[in-house]
Design a protein around this ligand. Structure first.
Ligand SMILES: [Zn+2]
Ligand SMILES: [Zn+2]
Length: 264
């Protein structure tokens, strides 16, 4: 089994030249090709294009996971559906529909979008909308060793982080947006790799988001091996994010960049 994780966007809702809107892709390859998965987490504006640029064809997507319904995390749903509606993708054989997973509110979001765009974004039985009853919960896959758990975090209503446990035993976690809370610590327990939001620099704390020192505290308390800071607002540029983080965390920490990839 081989898992590759690529950060598609290390930024936020604020457009900058350096950072795209948040989100990443996880590709897991097994010996049996039919079990391969390609998972987009947070379909932010432009993420379909960035998937292709990073070598992940949109037609290979098997799952889309949404952390919460802020527009900077969901803005590409319409372009993605419309792209997959293109006749060239109808010919691509797929035994299972593309699964769109999200917390409570997902059905309402999709219904609203279809109310505006109608059949242009309706993929029929080629897509399955899977709304969880609660923000947290487990997502099921055909491979029982491959487990994804959603854990509620403190941000907007029903926000969650996603925790991946690969068949190799390696653990990868993506925080989505979160304030300092027990949820993100629980989700990140013993993670080999944690992509953690760090929206604002030290001394510029905003409710619902983390600062570098708080990110360090999460990583330390949860015994994380490698920490990647992401979801960086322009206020973070030119600021030292690493030092305040290191005051609380002695593991490996880096500032995320678009296109950064890791193999687990
Ligand atoms: Zn956000
Ligand atoms: Zn948000």
């Amino acid at each position: 089994m081989k898992a590759r994780i690529t950060l598609l966007g290390s930024g936020t809702a604020v457009p900058t030249l350096k950072r795209n809107s948040p989100g990443l892709v996880v590709k897991v390859e097994f010996g049996d090709l039919s079990q391969n998965v390609q998972i987009l987490i947070d379909p932010s504006a432009g993420s379909s294009q960035r998937l292709v640029r990073q070598g992940y064809p949109v037609e290979d997507l098997t799952h889309v996971l949404i952390t919460h319904f802020h527009p900077d995390h969901t803005g590409d749903l319409v372009p993605l559906f419309f792209a997959l509606k293109n006749p060239r993708f109808e010919k691509v054989g797929r035994s299972a529909p593309l699964q769109i997973h999200g917390p409570p509110g997902l059905n309402q979001l999709i219904k609203g979008l279809r109310g505006v765009y109608g059949h242009w974004i309706d993929l029929g039985d080629r897509v399955a909308i899977i709304e969880r009853q609660a923000p947290g919960g487990e997502l099921y896959f055909s491979n029982p060793l491959f487990k994804i758990t959603a854990v509620q975090v403190e941000h907007s209503e029903n926000s969650c982080a996603y925790r991946f446990q690969f068949p190799s035993g390696k653990i990868f976690v993506y925080s989505g947006d979160t304030d300092y809370c027990q949820g993100i610590i629980d989700a990140s327990q013993n993670a080999d790799l944690l992509f953690l939001e760090c929206a604002f620099p030290e001394g510029e704390k905003k409710s619902g988001h983390l600062t570098p020192s708080e990110a360090g505290k999460v990583a330390n308390t949860a015994n994380v091996s490698k920490l990647v800071l992401t979801h960086l607002y322009p206020e973070c540029e030119g600021k030292d994010l690493i030092s305040p983080c290191r005051e609380h965390y002695s593991g490996s920490v880096i500032v995320g960049e678009d296109g950064l990839s890791f193999d687990l």
